[in-house]
Design a protein around this ligand. Structure first.
Ligand code: AMP
Ligand code: MG
Length: 480
């Protein structure tokens, strides 16, 4: 165990590789001053991984709200653009976030830490609720094996922030990520015709996230980057589907170049299964519905390709056909990745033709009976053993059972990949309601439980249950 009584400053020194890029990539700016930062929750395990030796709550609150900076830190707000619900915004950027620097090659960023040049009309703040939601869901995703940003801490600022639903405590989330590079970062420079910046950004992205790319020609680098990026995104989104996760706002500015889940806003996990489920209050037309996510990610990949075309070839037509060619294979594999994810949940090792139809029929059955997605998979072992109490007994179920058993499913595999616990919306809402009144115990308990989603101890059994009708959450909000 590291000695937490030692001051962190004598060991830790933040690096700032992004600050070495040209000025137009960011704004140098410190987090704002806040009247009374107080620690809500600190992820000691993650801090230990980063080599941060911190134990004193008030010191943590000072550091994790940006009131004191760690040695070496040069805070910046990063510039980026983004296609939001399909419409291009040329200048978004960190309007309420500060990148403090890097520790062990990972970005340390504060969110909710004040205004920047990119704030537009925003107040630069975050309410406590969304900070808690991001903390819980991102840490749950990590425990579930999904590439994601991590959450280091939640600190209240002592301020009140005002949103549609009234005044709430202000808070700052400290998060850790492979990087905060987005497809939107490329769009920012591409839309300005700044090819020099695009090349710098491409090389930086490759060095940080795709070091296996060795080409010396920028054109080859871009093509290889596109291919590998598409593969990572395909893998990521297949994992989302397999867990019933809906990101909710998969705009290009929320699409990570490192292939991790980033920017947890109105995200949610499915309770009852519905292919086109939408929770986000701002997703009026279901663009980011559960079952649309693969297509949307493909759309985002094409937006990255658009940005890289001028670096791929001088002749636009030629550049397009080269990009299309390199994307053909990864995009064609999306469908299979998705079905393989479900086949594995059914205990199959591969995806035989029969497995494909089995997956479709099982999901149809879940939807027809509004069955809880997570429980429908975690109860499969007992179904296999003859216990049908969870499942409506219909001819579809009989047909599924006989075909499924004929494929000889691996029950251990099922238990190891079908979680028993996910961060359910109604439980997150309860945690937030308590936290807004100063009671953080439910937050701590839920976080503790989410660390072991496959083996849930009895005391946390209540977190596994599907919501009762009266507890159901129908909409989630981004809290901006
Ligand atoms: P998000 O919904 O957090 O992904 O944010 C989308 C864009 O809006 C980003 O450029 C954010 O920095 C900006 N933004 C969101 N909320 C605020 C806020 N309260 N103040 C300033 N900028 C914000
Ligand atoms: Mg965002």
């Amino acid at each position: 165990m590291p000695d937490r009584n030692k001051p962190c400053g004598d060991r830790v020194e933040l690096q700032n590789s992004y600050v070495k890029l040209p000025d137009r990539f960011y704004q140098k700016i410190c987090p704002e001053k806040f009247s009374d930062p107080k620690l809500v929750l600190f992820n000691h395990d993650l801090a230990d991984e980063l080599g941060l030796n911190l134990s004193d709550a008030s010191e943590i609150a000072q550091l994790c709200s940006g009131q004191r900076l760690l040695p070496g830190s040069q805070p910046i707000a990063q510039a980026y653009a983004g296609s939001q619900f399909g419409h291009f915004s040329p200048q978004l950027g960190d309007g309420r976030a500060h990148l403090l620097g890097e520790l062990k090659g990972l970005d340390l960023q504060l969110k909710g830490s004040g205004r920047t040049r990119f704030s537009r009309r925003g107040d630069g703040r975050s309410p406590l609720g969304p900070a808690i939601r991001e903390f819980l869901v991102s840490e749950a995703m990590h425990a579930l094996g999904v590439p994601t940003t991590r959450s280091l801490s939640v600190v209240t600022t002592g301020e009140t922030v005002y949103r549609q639903d009234g005044p709430t405590p202000g808070a700052i989330l400290a998060r850790v990520a492979e990087s905060h590079l987005r497809v939107g970062t490329f769009q920012y420079f591409a839309s300005q015709g700044d090819l020099e910046a695009l090349e710098i950004l491409t090389n930086y992205t490759i060095k940080r996230h795709y070091p296996g790319i060795r080409s010396t020609q920028i054109s080859d680098c871009c093509l290889e980057l596109l291919r590998l990026f598409a593969e990572r995104q395909g893998d990521l989104v297949a994992r989302w589907y397999a867990l019933g996760f809906i990101h909710g706002v998969m705009n290009t500015d929320n699409c990570s170049m490192a292939g991790i889940t980033i920017d947890y806003g109105p995200c949610a996990f499915l309770d009852e299964f519905h292919q086109m489920k939408v929770f986000s209050s701002i997703d009026k037309f279901g663009r980011y519905a559960y079952g649309n996510q693969m297509a949307i990610v493909e759309w985002n990949i094409h937006r990255l390709a658009d940005c890289l075309l001028p670096l791929i070839a001088d002749d636009p037509q030629r550049a397009v056909s080269m990009a299309e060619q390199v994307l053909e294979e990864p995009l064609a594999s999306f469908h299979n990745r998705l079905y393989l994810g479900f086949a594995r949940k059914l205990g199959l090792k591969s995806l035989p033709e029969e497995g494909h139809t089995l997956v479709i029929d099982f999901l149809r059955y879940l939807q027809a009976h509004s069955l809880d997605f997570t429980l429908s998979f975690s109860h499969l072992r007992s179904l296999y053993e003859g216990d049908t109490h969870f499942y409506p007994v219909t001819s579809e179920l009989h047909s599924f059972l006989s075909r499924w058993k004929a494929l000889d499913p691996d029950l251990y595999q099922m238990d190891s990949i079908n979680p028993r616990l996910i961060p359910r919306n109604h439980q997150i809402e309860k945690v937030i309601t308590h936290a807004n009144q100063g009671d953080y115990q439910p937050f701590e308990q839920m976080w503790e439980a989410l660390k072991s989603p496959f083996e849930v101890s009895e005391e946390y059994g209540y977190l596994m249950d599907a919501p009762k009708m009266s507890e159901r959450v129908y909409q989630t909000f981004c809290g901006t």
